[in-house]
Ligand binder design. Structure first.
Ligand code: SF4
Length: 401
C-alpha cells in the first residue's frame, strides 16, 4: 500500500483544511446551527466564477494542498456544485462534501458528484434513531434522508464520514451512537463538541467533567473501532490521548500510535486559524466558522496572505500568546484549547477553553479582584477584545454568523 501523504506539523504556511460555506441556504432548522441557516440562497453568495477563483487560491496554498471541504447551509442547494467539484478535483485538490440530510441529496446527484471527482462525503447523524435525530434537526424525515445519503455513498464506494454533535441533548445517546457507527462502513467518526454560537447559543453545553468522560470513552473506543475517530472543537482530546498512551506504555500495553500514522490525518491538533481556515458564503475569511472574526474577503484579498500574515491568524498559531489555564498548560502546543469556545464564552479568543477539566500544574488561578478601597473612584470599563501588541490590527469585525 502506498504511504499516505505527509502533512506538515506546523501550519504557518499551509492549512490542513479549507472549508468553504458554499451557501447558507438549507431546508433544515437544526437547533445547534452555527450558520443560522436560511431558507433561500443569498444573492450575494460567491458566484461560480468566484468559486473557481477561490479554488485556484486554495491550490496555491502549498503542496500537498489542504483538504477542501464544501459545506453550507446545504451545498446541494447550489446547481453549479458538480462544476465546482470538478474544477477543484482537476486542480489536484482532495474534495469533501457535507450535504444536509434532506431530499436534495438524491442518489443521481451524488453519483454526478462522484463522477466529478468528489473524494469523501460527511453526513451528520445526531441520534441513533429517527426520533432522536429528527428532534435535533427539527425536521421530520431528516433521519431517513440521511440514511439514503449513507446508502448512496456506500453504493458509490465513496469514503464516508459521520459527524455527531455532543451537547446536553445528545449526550444520553452517545453509547448507542457508537454502536450505530460500528454497523456502518465509515472511514471516520467526527465528534463535534458544541460551541455556543449561532443558533447553538441557546443550547445547553455539557460540563467539563462530562466532556472528560466522553473523551476518555472515545479513546477507549479508538483502540478497537474499525474506523478513525476525531474530535472537532475539543482539541484536548490530544491531551487525553497523550495521557492515556503514556499510561498504557508504562503498563506495557500497546498504544494507538502505529494505527494513527496509517491514516490520512493531520499529525497534530488542527485548530481555529491554526491548520484551518473558513470562507463564508459571501467570501469572508475567518479562522473558523465558529469564530466569526472576519479578516478579509476572497473577492478582494489573498487567502494565502490572510492565512499566513494576518495578525489574528498569527496570534492564534502562537501558543505563547494563550492566556489563563491554556496559557499555563504543558499541552498548549499540541492542544491549545478551542479558541472558538473561549471567544464564545468570554469574548477573548486567547482565553481558557471552559470545556476542559484539566488543571495544569503551572496554573495559578487569578483570584477575584479585591473590593474597591476607594469607592468614590469611577471604575474603568475595559472593552472585551484580543490582547496584542498591535491593537489597531486586531479589533475585529464580528460578523454575527
Ligand atoms: S488547559 Fe487548555 S491547552 Fe491544556 S489541555 Fe485543557 S484545553 Fe488544552
Amino acid at each position: 500500500m502506498p504511504a499516505p501523504p505527509l502533512f506538515p506539523t506546523a501550519f504557518d504556511q499551509t492549512p490542513f483544511l479549507v472549508i468553504w460555506e458554499t451557501t447558507r441556504a438549507c431546508a433544515l432548522a437544526c437547533v445547534h446551527c452555527r450558520a443560522d441557516a436560511i431558507a433561500r440562497r443569498d444573492p450575494h453568495e460567491l458566484t461560480t466564477e468566484e468559486g473557481f477563483a477561490l479554488i485556484y487560491q486554495v491550490r496555491g496554498l502549498g503542496t500537498p494542498p489542504p483538504l477542501f471541504v464544501l459545506t453550507g447551509g446545504d451545498p446541494m442547494r447550489r446547481p453549479d456544485l458538480a462544476r465546482l467539484v470538478r474544477h477543484a478535483s482537476d486542480q489536484g485538490l482532495t474534495v469533501a462534501l457535507t450535504p444536509s440530510g434532506t431530499a436534495a441529496a438524491t442518489p443521481a446527484r451524488l453519483a454526478e458528484l462522484k463522477d466529478a471527482g468528489l473524494s469523501r462525503i460527511a453526513v451528520s447523524l445526531d441520534g441513533p434513531d429517527a426520533a432522536s435525530h429528527d428532534a435535533f434537526r427539527r425536521v421530520r424525515g431528516s433521519y431517513d434522508w440521511t440514511m439514503r445519503i449513507i446508502e448512496s455513498a456506500i453504493a458509490l464506494d465513496l469514503p464516508l464520514q459521520i459527524n455527531t454533535t455532543v451537547s446536553r441533548i445528545t449526550l444520553p445517546h452517545l453509547h448507542a451512537m457508537a454502536a450505530r457507527m460500528s454497523e456502518l462502513p465509515i472511514t471516520l467518526w467526527a465528534v463535534f463538541f458544541l460551541v455556543q454560537t449561532g443558533r447553538g447559543a441557546s443550547l445547553d453545553q455539557i460540563s467539563a467533567s462530562e466532556c472528560e468522560d466522553v473523551l476518555g470513552y472515545l479513546y477507549d473506543l479508538s483502540l478497537t473501532a474499525p474506523f478513525g475517530i476525531k474530535t472537532t472543537e475539543a482539541p484536548h482530546y490530544q491531551r487525553v490521548v497523550q495521557q492515556r498512551e503514556q499510561a498504557r506504555e508504562a503498563a506495557g500495553l500497546p498504544t494507538r500510535a502505529v494505527e494513527r500514522r496509517r491514516q490520512l490525518r493531520a499529525t497534530r491538533s488542527v485548530g481555529d486559524g491554526n491548520g484551518f481556515v473558513f470562507v463564508d458564503h459571501v467570501g469572508q475569511i475567518c479562522p473558523s466558522g465558529f469564530l466569526p472574526m472576519t479578516r478579509g474577503n476572497v473577492r478582494t484579498a489573498s487567502l494565502a496572505d490572510v492565512y499566513r500574515d494576518d495578525a489574528l491568524f498569527r496570534m492564534l498559531r502562537d501558543a505563547a500568546r494563550l492566556e489563563g489555564k491554556c496559557g499555563a498548560c504543558e499541552f498548549r502546543t499540541t492542544c491549545g484549547g478551542s479558541r472558538s469556545r473561549a471567544y464564545a464564552a468570554t469574548g477573548n479568543a486567547l482565553g481558557s477553553d471552559p470545556l476542559c477539566a484539566y488543571e495544569p500544574t503551572a496554573y495559578v488561578a487569578v483570584p477575584p479582584p479585591a473590593p474597591a478601597m476607594e469607592p468614590h473612584r469611577t471604575p474603568l470599563t475595559v472593552p472585551l477584545r484580543l490582547v496584542t501588541g498591535d491593537q489597531s490590527a486586531i479589533d475585529c469585525e464580528h460578523t454575527g454568523a
